[in-house]
Design a protein around this ligand. Structure first.
Ligand code: 5GP
Ligand code: ZN
Length: 113
Protein backbone atom coordinates (compact mmCIF):
# COMPACT_ATOMS: atom_id res chain seq x y z
CA UNK A 1 0.00 0.00 0.00
CA UNK A 2 1.14 3.53 -0.80
CA UNK A 3 0.70 5.92 2.15
CA UNK A 4 0.40 8.89 -0.19
CA UNK A 5 -2.23 7.39 -2.49
CA UNK A 6 -5.75 8.70 -1.80
CA UNK A 7 -7.54 5.48 -2.76
CA UNK A 8 -5.06 3.31 -0.80
CA UNK A 9 -5.94 5.45 2.20
CA UNK A 10 -9.64 4.89 1.56
CA UNK A 11 -9.01 1.13 1.17
CA UNK A 12 -7.20 1.03 4.53
CA UNK A 13 -9.95 3.03 6.25
CA UNK A 14 -7.61 5.93 7.02
CA UNK A 15 -9.86 8.22 4.97
CA UNK A 16 -13.59 7.62 5.18
CA UNK A 17 -15.85 7.02 2.19
CA UNK A 18 -19.48 6.01 1.73
CA UNK A 19 -19.03 2.27 1.29
CA UNK A 20 -21.44 0.49 -1.07
CA UNK A 21 -20.01 -3.05 -1.21
CA UNK A 22 -16.90 -4.99 -0.26
CA UNK A 23 -15.15 -8.06 -1.60
CA UNK A 24 -11.92 -9.76 -0.58
CA UNK A 25 -9.94 -8.09 -3.38
CA UNK A 26 -11.86 -4.87 -3.98
CA UNK A 27 -14.36 -2.36 -2.65
CA UNK A 28 -17.02 0.04 -3.90
CA UNK A 29 -17.78 3.51 -2.54
CA UNK A 30 -19.70 6.59 -3.68
CA UNK A 31 -17.88 9.23 -5.71
CA UNK A 32 -17.49 12.46 -3.73
CA UNK A 33 -18.59 14.52 -6.77
CA UNK A 34 -21.30 12.42 -8.42
CA UNK A 35 -21.89 12.95 -12.14
CA UNK A 36 -25.12 10.92 -12.20
CA UNK A 37 -27.76 9.82 -9.63
CA UNK A 38 -25.68 6.67 -9.14
CA UNK A 39 -21.90 7.20 -9.27
CA UNK A 40 -19.86 4.53 -7.53
CA UNK A 41 -16.12 3.87 -7.71
CA UNK A 42 -14.71 0.33 -7.67
CA UNK A 43 -11.07 -0.09 -6.60
CA UNK A 44 -8.69 -2.97 -5.96
CA UNK A 45 -7.46 -3.07 -2.34
CA UNK A 46 -3.90 -3.47 -3.62
CA UNK A 47 -2.37 -0.46 -5.35
CA UNK A 48 -2.21 -0.41 -9.16
CA UNK A 49 -1.66 2.98 -10.77
CA UNK A 50 -3.94 2.54 -13.78
CA UNK A 51 -5.35 -0.06 -16.16
CA UNK A 52 -1.88 -0.04 -17.76
CA UNK A 53 -0.48 -1.55 -14.55
CA UNK A 54 -0.46 -5.32 -15.14
CA UNK A 55 -0.08 -5.97 -11.40
CA UNK A 56 -3.89 -5.63 -11.32
CA UNK A 57 -4.39 -8.52 -13.77
CA UNK A 58 -5.43 -11.02 -11.06
CA UNK A 59 -8.27 -8.77 -9.85
CA UNK A 60 -9.66 -7.39 -13.13
CA UNK A 61 -12.49 -9.92 -13.26
CA UNK A 62 -13.35 -9.20 -9.60
CA UNK A 63 -13.54 -5.47 -10.35
CA UNK A 64 -15.91 -5.96 -13.27
CA UNK A 65 -18.05 -8.46 -11.35
CA UNK A 66 -18.35 -5.99 -8.47
CA UNK A 67 -19.38 -3.24 -10.93
CA UNK A 68 -22.18 -5.53 -12.14
CA UNK A 69 -23.20 -6.41 -8.56
CA UNK A 70 -23.28 -2.72 -7.59
CA UNK A 71 -25.49 -1.91 -10.59
CA UNK A 72 -27.91 -4.63 -9.44
CA UNK A 73 -27.77 -3.46 -5.82
CA UNK A 74 -28.36 0.18 -6.83
CA UNK A 75 -31.34 -0.78 -9.02
CA UNK A 76 -29.91 0.41 -12.34
CA UNK A 77 -29.09 -2.93 -13.96
CA UNK A 78 -32.33 -3.03 -15.95
CA UNK A 79 -32.52 0.67 -16.86
CA UNK A 80 -28.86 0.65 -17.84
CA UNK A 81 -25.53 2.01 -16.74
CA UNK A 82 -21.97 2.67 -17.87
CA UNK A 83 -18.64 1.38 -16.54
CA UNK A 84 -15.73 3.73 -17.27
CA UNK A 85 -11.99 3.38 -16.65
CA UNK A 86 -10.31 6.73 -17.29
CA UNK A 87 -6.65 6.03 -18.03
CA UNK A 88 -3.79 8.54 -17.88
CA UNK A 89 -3.94 12.16 -19.06
CA UNK A 90 -5.93 11.89 -22.29
CA UNK A 91 -8.35 9.54 -20.56
CA UNK A 92 -8.97 12.12 -17.83
CA UNK A 93 -7.57 10.06 -14.94
CA UNK A 94 -7.10 12.27 -11.87
CA UNK A 95 -6.40 9.67 -9.15
CA UNK A 96 -3.46 7.34 -9.87
CA UNK A 97 -5.02 4.21 -8.33
CA UNK A 98 -6.97 2.01 -10.75
CA UNK A 99 -10.71 2.58 -10.46
CA UNK A 100 -13.90 1.80 -12.35
CA UNK A 101 -16.71 4.36 -12.41
CA UNK A 102 -20.25 2.90 -12.35
CA UNK A 103 -22.65 5.56 -13.61
CA UNK A 104 -26.41 5.34 -13.98
CA UNK A 105 -29.83 6.53 -12.91
CA UNK A 106 -30.20 8.80 -15.96
CA UNK A 107 -29.72 8.51 -19.72
CA UNK A 108 -26.01 8.97 -20.41
CA UNK A 109 -24.84 10.76 -23.54
CA UNK A 110 -22.60 9.21 -26.16
CA UNK A 111 -19.91 9.88 -27.26
CA UNK A 112 -18.36 11.23 -24.03
CA UNK A 113 -16.51 14.55 -24.32
P1 5GP B 1 -10.81 9.93 -12.35
O1 5GP B 1 -10.97 11.38 -12.72
O2 5GP B 1 -9.40 9.63 -11.90
O3 5GP B 1 -11.30 8.98 -13.40
O4 5GP B 1 -11.78 9.68 -11.13
C1 5GP B 1 -11.45 10.02 -9.82
C2 5GP B 1 -12.75 10.21 -9.09
O5 5GP B 1 -12.48 10.22 -7.72
C3 5GP B 1 -13.47 11.53 -9.42
O6 5GP B 1 -14.74 11.25 -9.98
C4 5GP B 1 -13.55 12.23 -8.07
O7 5GP B 1 -14.78 12.91 -7.88
C5 5GP B 1 -13.38 11.09 -7.09
N1 5GP B 1 -12.75 11.48 -5.84
C6 5GP B 1 -11.66 12.27 -5.67
N2 5GP B 1 -11.35 12.38 -4.38
C7 5GP B 1 -12.26 11.63 -3.70
C8 5GP B 1 -12.45 11.34 -2.30
O8 5GP B 1 -11.71 11.80 -1.42
N3 5GP B 1 -13.48 10.53 -1.98
C9 5GP B 1 -14.32 10.00 -2.94
N4 5GP B 1 -15.32 9.21 -2.50
N5 5GP B 1 -14.16 10.24 -4.25
C10 5GP B 1 -13.15 11.05 -4.63
ZN1 ZN C 1 -3.26 3.37 -4.27
Amino acid sequence: MSTTCLFCRIASGEISAALVAERESCLAFRDIAPQAPVHVLIIPRTHASSLNDSSANPVLADLLALARDVALQEGIAESGYRVVVNTNDDGGQSVAHLHLHVLGGRALRWPPG
